[in-house]
Design a protein around this ligand. Structure first.
Ligand SMILES: Nc1nc2c(c(=O)[nH]1)N[C@@H](CN(C=O)c1ccc(C(=O)N[C@@H](CCC(=O)O)C(=O)O)cc1)CN2
Length: 294
């Protein structure tokens, strides 16, 4: 058996095509959706992701603005940039690219974002709304990677309701919010959130119908950890330099042999990453649509 590939590039491209129509409709009402990014330092991964976000915006018709601060920026510099973004009339939504360089308090910075401009859904107010399960008028942006994972599963008709989900990793951008999302009414999965101190991780993973690996440990998840037919999402990424070619390459958390046991498998790269970017665009468009209703 070879797993069905959960193709993030194709799915993200479908989503972008749908968003283009909604953006055209917004523009016809005089609403131009916009996104700003704040990047501090020159982490190669973050630079790639931010560049990709601006490319995506241009592709679908979202205005975008890029604020880059040097690695030497102080926390006061970052706070000042956030303050400017909060008060800018042109900027309706923005993100702070994570991780921030060592020495900056990420949670403190995220807390300074105006929650109504939080395109990433990572401000405590928006995470709190996810905890509360608030929908409808007060619907707030969902963190992009968890939203992308659920959307990818949905578009491939992978059942979620009543399924056992094991999430490996409890980070802010993936594991923690994903546990909340999967247990929301309507999705109704049973979630086990595992981490570095989990006893018998392999045993936990073996029970799962859906496995999400988001730790950044290359090939941690082995084929004999996987229940035959389970859906496996490979999210964590490690940049390694090939000792032979000297070129950098990306390695996911899931061992390639998992493809012979799983029912569905998201590759890494080209799986959840492009979905993360598509969900950011979706958050920006939803916010613009809500501004029209307000
Ligand atoms: N403010 C945020 N910071 C971070 C988030 C986030 O959602 N908000 N998530 C990750 C990084 N991330 C988005 O910012 C992200 C990760 C991966 C990809 C992606 O498309 N990856 C490609 C490979 C790209 C490459 O060559 O490196 C893929 O998987 O095919 C996009 C966005 C942490 N920070």
């Amino acid at each position: 058996m070879t797993a069905i590939t959960l193709d993030g590039v194709k799915t993200a491209s479908d989503i972008k095509a749908e968003l283009r129509d909604r953006i055209a409709a917004l523009r016809s009402h005089g609403v131009v959706p916009g996104l700003a990014t704040l990047l501090v330092g020159n982490d190669p991964g973050s630079e790639t992701y931010v560049a990709g976000k601006h490319r995506d915006c241009a592709e679908v018709g979202i205005e975008s603005l890029r604020i880059d601060l040097p690695g030497s920026a102080t926390s006061a510099d970052v706070r000042a940039a956030i303050n400017d973004l909060n008060h800018s009339r042109e900027v309706t939504g923005y993100i702070i690219q994570l991780p921030l360089p060592v020495g900056h308090n990420e949670n403190a910075m995220l807390e300074l974002i105006d929650p109504s401009k939080d395109a990433d859904g990572l401000h405590p107010t928006n995470l709190g709304r996810l905890v509360l399960g608030i929908e409808g008028e007060l619907r707030s942006p969902l963190p992009c990677t968890p939203a992308g994972i659920v959307e990818l599963l949905r578009r491939y008709d992978v059942p979620i309701v009543g399924q056992k989900v094991v999430v490996v990793g409890r980070g802010l951008t993936v594991g923690r919010p994903l546990g909340l999302l999967f247990t929301r009414k309507g999705l109704d999965a049973t979630v086990t959130l595992t981490h570095s101190r989990t006893v018998d991780l392999a045993g936990e993973v073996r029970r799962a119908d859906i496995v999400v690996a988001a730790v950044g440990v290359p090939h941690l998840i082995q084929a004999d950890w996987i229940k035959p037919g389970a859906a496996v999402l490979d999210v964590g990424v490690t940049r390694v330099t090939d000792p032979v070619t000297g070129k950098g390459r990306l390695t996911g958390d899931v061992h390639p042999d998992v493809a012979s046991v799983a029912g569905h498998l998201s590759p890494n790269p080209r799986g959840v990453g492009p979905m993360t970017r598509a969900m950011l665009l979706s958050n920006v468009v939803k916010a613009a649509e809500q501004s029209l209703l307000a």
